[in-house]
Design a protein around this ligand. Sequence first.
Ligand SMILES: O=C(O)Cc1cc(O)ccc1O
Ligand SMILES: [Fe+2]
Length: 465
Amino acid sequence: MVEFESLLDSRSYFTLVLHSYAKKDSSPGAEQSDQVSVQGLYAEQISGTSFTTPRKLNQRSWLYRIKPSVTHEPFKPRSPSHKRLVSEFNQSNSFATPTQLRWRPLIIRPKMAFCMYCHFCTGGNELQMHLIYHYHDGRYAANKSMENCAYCNADGDFLIVPQKGRLWITTECGKLQVSPGEVVILPQGFRFDISLPDGPSLGYVGEIFGTHFQLPDLGPIGANGLAASRDFLVPTAWYEQGPRPGYTIVQKFGGELFTAAQDFSPFNVVSWHGNYVPYKYDLSKFCPFNTVLTDHADPSVNTVLTAPTEKPGVALLDLVIFPPRWLVAEHTFRPPYYHRNCMSEFMGLIYGSYEAKSEGFLPGGASLHSCMTPHGPDTKTFEATVAQGENAGPFRITDTMAFMFESCLIPRVCPWALESPYLDHNYYQCWIGLRSHFSHEETKCKTNELQDVDGAAAELEGSCA
Ligand SMILES: O=C(O)Cc1cc(O)ccc1O
Ligand SMILES: [Fe+2]
């Protein structure tokens, strides 16, 4: 593994260029693309931003490979029955709903490989945004390693959040082992395969289009805190040689799947350098921030990565986490407040329990609170907090990792997510028991007291006159 230092610091004008060589002396020559490349390798560039994107945001890498990616049979559409599962969402095949939605954890059906059966449960629309941005998120379930095939997402970047079972991901830049508690970014265009060393694997997938993730600015926090760039890891170069008859590239392109046959492995990159590369991050390395005296900080305080839009501070997708931490706020309602948000919130739970939900939101489960949909702690959480009284001592939230994908786009929900047996039709019930704690009598009394004080003050003034 190589450290990803400063790669994500888009503000650094001198972005450190990473390089990795799987074989001695396979480093490129003085030029990116030598006429006779070092050790007979083909030089191939992969661009994650347009050629002319300003330098501080420009992302590209040079891959030095045994055979170039272009050496394959023509792409053919995959069978229509499978296309349905990954098609982009539009007004006719998905629904916008302001209802609070929650899904139970998925149970894995037999023989599902990651690349073929992504169970996306929500889609995005572009109505409120520049056309280039789309967004959808959901969950994956797989119990079969990919064999003799690689997946390539030509549309956008995948953010994968495993919840159960490790993922062994081979990419063109090398191998990444990603465990629950870690997240991995597979940027647009990179070919990868996923095998499942622990058997069945569950988790969440977000996909962003037209932009890439970066570290959030730290503002007044200063130069340190939240996710540190040195904790993002990229793979070291790794390659396989020799014929691979019947090898298939599965390419997601415009929301549909295509396949192309080739007779060699796409993982034939002997060395690479550049700043466009798959990477992973261990969420336990995150340095959270929080309230230290009163009031509840907005969850943005613990943003791991952000995919920005052109509007300052408005994200196409923020990855926010709720990690173990101390809650110390004095006479403050500590759980998440009741709220409605112009941003849409998709949440998942990797392990433990979530501070706003006493039951029903399980590891592997998911919830969706769309733009301006009211939500907040369930009745039990509220009542337990009130019962604790105003002066609860410091309390450590432990053994938990929840996360949120927060987006300025309004998700559209696919029919199979709304008709899913995992949908919790009783979700709304968790708030129905919230009763009024307001007492008109007490208020009246307090108002009278105030009037008395006013009266006394007037008397005092009068006596002074
Ligand atoms: O809705 C949620 O549970 C996420 C959330 C947590 C929090 O502490 C404040 C706002 C918020 O949206
Ligand atoms: Fe929320």
